[in-house]
Design a protein around this ligand. Structure first.
Ligand SMILES: O=C(O)CCC(=O)C(=O)O
Length: 315
């Protein structure tokens, strides 16, 4: 990361950050100011050291701008992992919220494999905070342009209980593979994932992804038409990779990158929280989105010509 891509945030600066986030979410300016002050006071108060990797909560060094290399990597491979986006107090609160959800909805006794808990954004403040009260949303918005992204309506807690080995060997694309032909697919723009546990070892529940398949899938839908999205596209798959990250890191993944639940042969339950983000106006344009991997990503368009010269829609 280049030095001028990093900024030091002190507790007082968070008032400004929280205000921007809160007013964007539709709150009145007065309510936003009250909430921002309360939020800043809450953060400034000493908290119990429950975070897995405790660091100084008064001063955080976080990346607030994606580098050109990260933008290029996202465009080419379809995903990036940004380290240390989540401060320890927000991480600890999210883990506590997951503990609570698991008390209400535990997996079956002896369960091994994926266990998903879906909730509503408005009803899960400790999970929403991962995206709303950190630099995460602004970082995601850099892919679509300032002010272009919407907050999601849903939260997903993705857990993988060991021992689990994925035997499908195949990716999927969310939201369309089992739809009825007359129903529009539930496409979106970017998957934002937050690691609540370390996933930096091989087979520790890391998400499986097939790099670059967002571009292959778009090519397929240009050839067959977007209404062909009722099953997984018949493409030659590249080698899959495991997404690696530490608790507190954030994944940004292009919607159309093929992915799947990864193996967990570690001795710990894997925890990730996902949000499916849409660019404003996305839903009406799902046919264009499936054919043009840059449809929602205006800032990426000038960067992609190097590897997309002969592969642009309409060429
Ligand atoms: O378990 C994971 O991280 C992946 C979940 C997944 O593939 C999905 O929700 O579409």
């Amino acid at each position: 990361m280049a030095e001028n891509d990093t900024i030091t945030i002190r507790v007082d600066d968070r008032i400004e950050q929280a205000l921007a986030a809160l007013t964007r979410g539709g709150a009145s300016p007065t309510a936003a100011i009250e909430q921002a002050i309360l939020e800043s006071a809450r953060r400034a108060a000493p908290s119990a050291p429950t975070a897995p990797n405790s660091i100084d909560s008064q001063t955080l060094s976080v990346q607030r701008k994606l580098t050109r290399e990260q933008l290029l990597e996202f465009a080419e491979r379809g995903f990036i992992v940004i380290p240390d986006v989540i401060p320890p107090d927000i991480l600890a609160a999210a883990n506590a919220a997951v503990d609570e959800r698991l008390r209400e909805h535990p997996p079956a006794e002896g369960h091994a494999g994926p266990h998903f808990l879906f909730g509503k954004w408005d009803e899960e403040p400790a999970l929403a905070a991962l995206l709303r009260d950190t630099p995460a949303f602004a970082l995601a918005e850099e892919l679509t342009g300032d002010g272009a992204m919407e907050y999601p309506w849903q939260t997903q807690v993705a857990l993988t209980y060991p021992p689990y080995t994925d035997d499908r060997g195949m990716p999927h694309i969310d939201g369309g593979m089992t739809r009825k032909a007359d129903d529009p697919p539930r496409t979106f723009t970017v998957l934002a994932g937050f690691f609540l546990t370390d996933q930096d070892d091989e087979d520790s529940g890391n998400l499986f992804v097939w790099p670059g398949t967002h571009r292959q899938h778009a090519q397929y839908f240009r050839e067959r038409g977007p209404d062909a999205f009722t099953s997984y596209p018949d493409i030659t798959l590249p080698e899959r990779v495991q997404i690696r990250g530490k608790a507190g890191d954030m994944l940004l993944k292009h919607y159309m990158v093929g992915h799947n639940v990864g193996n967990n042969t570690s001795d710990r339950v894997r925890r990730t929280v996902y949000f499916r983000l849409r660019r404003r106006g996305h839903e009406a344009t799902w046919r264009e989105v499936l054919q043009d991997p840059w449809h929602d990503f205006t800032p990426l368009r000038p960067l992609v010509s190097a590897f997309e010269k002969n592969d642009e829609p309409g060429s």
